[in-house]
Design a protein around this ligand. Structure first.
Ligand SMILES: *[C@@H]1O[C@H](CO)[C@@H](O)[C@H](O)[C@H]1NC(C)=O
Ligand SMILES: *[C@@H]1O[C@H](CO)[C@@H](O)[C@H](O)[C@H]1NC(C)=O
Ligand SMILES: *[C@@H]1O[C@H](CO)[C@@H](O)[C@H](O)[C@H]1NC(C)=O
Ligand SMILES: *[C@@H]1O[C@H](CO)[C@@H](O)[C@H](O)[C@H]1NC(C)=O
Ligand SMILES: *[C@@H]1O[C@H](CO)[C@@H](O)[C@H](O)[C@H]1NC(C)=O
Ligand SMILES: *[C@@H]1O[C@H](CO)[C@@H](O)[C@H](O)[C@H]1NC(C)=O
Ligand SMILES: *[C@@H]1O[C@H](CO)[C@@H](O)[C@H](O)[C@H]1NC(C)=O
Length: 281
């Protein structure tokens, strides 16, 4: 009786210490949970994550040796950057990223991610200086909530199927340096980034963007009014004039060129890395 009692006690105590250790021994449990969730939510047909993201070896800072993971300090499981570019990954935006709470850079470009960009994106990646979701299959509208990611230097959303208008609130991103929404299905006025140098390339190959470095926007009512006046004036040649106009429209639409840049917007964070090596335990 007392023997089985003792065994039970030992079991309870070791379970207690076991669970306590998993909370404090390995620094930032939340970041480990973050990567577990990301791995679980993505299809990985080429096995990049499957072969490298092994959660069974719990040495301190083990996740920092995973493919695509950069930590604040090599032996502290606190994720600084996630770079999972061009790995054939498939699935919706991996919400597990919300548990990597010290993330400053996220690159998921050139994969096969689909669905919408989360409408609470600023709660998910609040501190990112660089967000690259380009060359995926994201659809729906660009969330205005991105304007609350106030540390953003680089925001790359080009080569997706994003539609609707670009939220004007994005113009509030005070640190923005690189911005691209080219090759989407966007319409309407582009954000006013003040004196920042965002070029027409950033908006190329969308069906109806205007303003900023592009052609000025015209209200649809004014536009049709002008059309009526023009038709009345040219009378019999209206049909051929319209033909030329439509032709020019399509020619100008094709002149835009795709420009792709490699984002490296969190240099300040990297330089901070060395000084942030104090362990949480
Ligand atoms: C993960 O993030 C969600 C949303 O912020 C939070 O509710 C949850 O407690 C976090 N889980 C862990 C294990 O940190
Ligand atoms: C993942 O790796 C394990 C062994 O490392 C292997 O047995 C399994 O087939 C792999 N799965 C995929 C989808 O690559
Ligand atoms: C666990 O990871 C450490 C550091 O990468 C390595 O030295 C050790 O061999 C690994 N242990 C196992 C059982 O894989
Ligand atoms: C947008 O961001 C703010 C602040 O980060 C947050 O409080 C709000 O809930 C977010 N909006 C949505 C629709 O999630
Ligand atoms: C963001 O919204 C999703 C639902 O769309 C929710 O599951 C998640 O917990 C939210 N994350 C945060 C950090 O608010
Ligand atoms: C993108 O998504 C659409 C449907 O949502 C699908 O038809 C298309 O094949 C996808 N493209 C890629 C490259 O995955
Ligand atoms: C989020 O951004 C909007 C402007 O887009 C601003 O009005 C709002 O105060 C911000 N919310 C927080 C919590 O910072």
């Amino acid at each position: 009786m007392s023997l089985s009692r003792r065994i039970l006690d030992i079991l309870i105590v070791s379970l207690f210490w076991g669970s306590l250790c998993s909370d404090i021994c390995f620094g930032v449990e939340s970041d480990i949970y973050c990567l577990r969730r990301i791995k679980a939510s993505l299809e990985d047909p080429f096995g990049y994550l499957n072969s490298s993201w092994n959660f069974n070896n719990n040495t301190e800072g083990f996740i920092c040796r995973f493919t695509g993971i950069e930590c604040w300090h090599p032996d502290e499981s606190k994720v600084l950057n996630i770079h999972l570019r061009d790995m054939g990954l498939k699935g919706p935006f991996p919400m597990g990223i919300e548990n990597c709470t010290s993330l400053t850079g996220l690159d998921l470009s050139s994969n096969k991610l689909y669905g919408t960009i989360p409408s609470n994106i600023s709660d998910v990646v609040h501190f990112v200086t660089s967000l690259d979701l380009s060359s995926n299959n994201f659809s729906g509208t660009i969330p205005a909530n991105l304007s609350n990611c106030s540390y953003l230097n680089d925001l790359l959303l080009d080569h997706n199927r994003l539609s609707g208008q670009i939220p004007p609130e994005l113009g509030l991103l005070a640190r923005i340096k690189k911005f691209s929404v080219s090759n989407n299905l966007l319409i309407g006025p582009v954000p006013n980034f003040g004196n920042k140098d965002i070029k027409a390339d950033s908006y190329a190959n969308n069906p109806g963007l205007c303003g900023g470095p592009l052609e000025p926007c015209q209200s649809p009512a004014k536009n049709s009014h002008t059309m009526i006046i023009v038709s009345a004036a040219v009378g019999g040649v209206t049909v051929s004039a319209l033909g030329v106009g439509v032709g020019l429209f399509f020619i100008f639409r094709r002149v835009s060129v795709r420009k792709k840049e490699d984002p490296e917007g969190n240099k300040w964070a990297k330089s901070l890395k060395g000084t942030k090596g104090i362990k949480a335990s």
